[in-house]
Design a protein around this ligand. Structure first.
Ligand code: ADP
Length: 457
């Protein structure tokens, strides 16, 4: 039995029976059995069904937001934002389903025609994390189903309730048995069933780099296509020519979203030497103005960390930093509310090799580093095995272009702290993974290209 707790209160909010290995295999069987019919539907038919799912979930947005808040700990306003974001993918891919175009290529043979078509890759398995229990699922499911794939999805153990409710609405919208399946239980048991089945043609995974590598190794045996959205170590660079108020605002919203438990959260904040003090002062004021609280109330608040493991990691990283001589400008300890609440923290005086700089923090901790020159900061920003997103604030056009070219990341965000929406290709390079989600590029991950030569005309 999986027991689901509200991380803000510790209260039990639900129990879900774990699927046995036999039940998971049966779900995979259904996913495979449903593929011929689903992929054979007209694009417009799949589109209409996705649209019905979208509309029915949207009609109950408040109930989904409340569940999300209880299950994950993020505040209601963030939960509503996540639902809008997640619904945006269903809407986007309901449209995109109709635009999976192929090509004709000028022929190399006078008596032949050359065609290129795109076909659904087949049944797909998805494994998702707990930090966006709604959006991570709609993003993967909508894209796969639009392309004609069927999907079995394993949500995170901390947050299965949103996934199961989404499944219920999917069924009512006409997404039948096998077209979408949800399995819950022990990831170490379920993972190999999904990766080892040769009929599953693709795995899409969002989570840690360690698990992503493990899944990639498991998928090698059956040569599966993969989309991997793994860890990040985002640099956030503020130059002395930036608009400081904008930079502070962008940083605070990017960092405190979901209490910092986001793979695109600014992890290393580089501030140019000449503005370091002024920037830090403004940042302190901005962070001090934000409340920490449980999320079932109006307005933005910083919520708890998702579980004890995540909480202990943040405590350890900050304690190690303090022991290594870092200066704590704010917070630096668990919040007075107790439980899984950690105080928003601002910390400086660390080296680039400190664990706070090399590991993904996943908590409300602003770790600030100073720099002198553009060349220097680009090098420091890039000196990580990760490459998901890089942020920079500068008003200089030439510098913006240089940064966009030279920062090693799948996404470079200039003068904004906001990254995601359905219409952009989300994803990383280096050990942050490969493949893109969202936009026209996202659906390409769920099709393969077929070349057809029609000779002897
Ligand atoms: P996090 O540290 O953010 O929880 P994980 O990578 O551990 O990140 O978890 C992301 C998802 O991967 C979750 O759904 C989790 O259950 C799943 N997962 C964890 N370990 C494994 C594994 N060995 N095989 C398959 N899935 C796994």
């Amino acid at each position: 039995m999986l027991i689901v707790y509200n991380p803000a209160t510790g209260e039990e909010i639900g129990r879900v029976a774990k699927h046995s290995a036999a039940e998971v295999k049966a779900a995979v069987d259904r996913t495979c059995a449903a593929f011929p019919d689903w992929s054979g539907k007209l694009a417009k038919e799949r589109s209409d069904i996705l649209r019905r799912w979208h509309d029915s979930v949207k009609a109950d947005k408040e109930a989904f937001a409340e569940l999300l808040c209880r299950e994950n700990g993020k505040c209601l306003s963030e939960a509503r934002g996540e639902i809008d974001y997640g619904l945006g993918f269903i809407e986007w891919y309901a449209e995109e389903a109709k635009r999976v175009y192929g090509d004709t290529i000028p022929t190399h043979d006078r008596n032949a025609q050359v065609m290129v078509t795109k076909e659904a890759v087949g049944p797909v398995a998805a494994i998702t994390p707990w930090n966006f229990p709604f959006m991570m699922i709609t993003r993967k499911v909508a894209t796969a189903l639009a392309a004609g794939c069927t999907m079995v999805i394993k949500p995170a153990e901390d947050t299965p309730l949103t996934a199961l409710r989404l499944l219920e609405y999917a069924r009512n919208a006409g997404i039948g048995e096998g077209v979408l399946e949800v399995v819950v239980g022990d990831p170490k048991e379920i993972g190999p069933i999904l990766t080892g089945d040769p009929r599953i043609r693709k795995i899409t995974f969002t989570g840690s780099t360690a698990v992503g590598k493990l899944l990639a190794a498991q998928c090698a045996a059956t040569v599966k296509k993969m989309t991997l959205e793994l860890g990040g170590n985002a640099p956030f660079i503020v130059f002395d020519d930036a608009n400081l108020d904008d930079a502070v605002q962008g940083l605070v919203s990017a960092k405190l979203r979901n209490s910092g438990q986001v793979c695109i959260s600014p992890n290393r904040i580089f501030v140019q030497q000449g503005i370091f003090e002024a920037f830090t002062e403004r940042l302190k004021q901005a962070v001090a103005a934000i409340e920490v609280d449980q999320g079932l109330r109006e307005g933005f608040v910083v919520g708890p960390l998702v579980n004890q493991l995540g909480f202990d990691k943040v405590v350890r990283l900050v304690e190690d930093a303090k022991a290594a001589g870092a200066t704590v400008l704010m917070g630096g300890k668990p919040h007075a509310k107790g439980g899984l609440f950690y105080a928003p923290t601002i910390i400086t005086g660390l080296g680039d090799d400190s664990p706070l700089a090399t590991q993904e923090i996943f908590g409300p901790v602003f770790a600030l580093y100073s720099f002198n020159e553009e060349e220097e900061v680009i090098e420091r920003a890039n000196s990580t095995e990760f490459g998901l997103v890089a942020y920079a604030y500068t008003c200089a056009l030439g510098r913006s272009l240089r940064l966009s070219r030279r920062l090693e990341a799948g996404m470079v965000i200039l003068n904004s702290g906001s990254v995601g929406t359905a219409s952009i290709p989300f994803g990383g390079i280096k050990q942050s993974g490969y493949g893109r989600e969202g936009s026209y590029y996202g659906i390409e991950e769920y099709v393969h290209v077929k070349y057809v030569l029609m000779a002897g005309m």
